[in-house]
Design a binder for this molecule. Sequence first.
Ligand code: NAD
Length: 356
Amino acid sequence: MKTYDIAVIKGDGIGPEIVDEAIKILDVVSKKENFNLNYKEYLMGGCAYEATGNPIPDETIEGCKKSDAILFGSIGGYKWDNLPRELKPESGLLKLRKELGLFANLRPVAVFDELIEASSMKPEVIKGVDLLVVRELTGGIYFGEPRVNDGQKAYNTMVYSKDEIIRIAKVAFESAMKRDKKVCSVDKANVLEVSRLWRATVEEVALDYPRVELSHMFVDNAAMQLVRDPRQFDVILTGNIFGDILSDEASMMSGSIGLLPSSSIGGIVGLYEPIHGSAPDIAGQGIANPIATILSASMMLRYSLGKTKAADMIDSAIKEVLSEGYRTADLAKYHAKVVCSTQEMGDIIVEKIKKA
Ligand code: NAD
């Protein structure tokens, strides 16, 4: 029986609660589909800082590099807000992404019909939305040098090399080939040189994907179009900062950030995590929604381990559970028949998979 090594980083806040549920679900699908998952836990974030003085110990980086995939919960919390930048929990995650060369962040946004009213957007606008934001993750203004703040003047530098644009564009086109074959590349080419190189390079990559329809949009228009008519999008391809903002905007369509998974790929090993943070306001209460993490585990099976059937089982079980009215507290207002705890939600999904 094939065994895969999974590095597990539970992290801070609700991280341990939600990752435990995802593992429960992975155990049941792997058993059904005859493969083994060998989990090894590593520290990252505030908990790592408390234990070792370092938000990402070398052991974590090395362990992740040796694994087949990484399942991650969330990091951060008020307690560590005032630490210097390099010791903050978030710097652990940035370093891990960089060390693993994870340059592509994939965030699917699909609207569940049963939860359509949970979104702040109108049902007729978001019904049927199924899009994927492909965000460049290791370049752009977040990492560009020089970066300066001398108290009187401050600046950052937005840099992209042609190679960086080519590799992220390929991820977007490859993803589109498995979906509706449309890529909308988002930039600010009317103002920024870096965006003009971005646009020209994406055009070049598109030549290798004649079946994919390519369009371009300025980021300000994209922000507006996402609210006006989100169904027009299939794959949105964009850089680091624009992607950060647009993917959060797109996430509002689902009604709860507790529902949205993500993956960071392209490097040595893929990292799978919910889009939300460590939710310190609800940590330890057993009320967090584990679905985003469970869907991240499903993405892990699909993209890093090639276990499509197991991933499909998870996705279907979640749809079924939501259509039957099981809800965690964040979604209790929306056609809930049963309001359940984090753990109960995991148990119900496990039961559905067992019965499937
Ligand atoms: P957050 O995503 O943690 O929480 C925002 C709101 O959403 C909170 O009210 C929270 O209770 C709710 N929420 C989040 N996840 C939920 C879930 N699964 N179920 C139900 N409700 C949920 O964002 P924040 O409050 O801005 O940040 C808290 C900490 O998380 C900060 O330290 C921040 O830096 C960190 N953070 C970490 C990551 C990560 O680990 N990748 C991402 C974003 C923020």
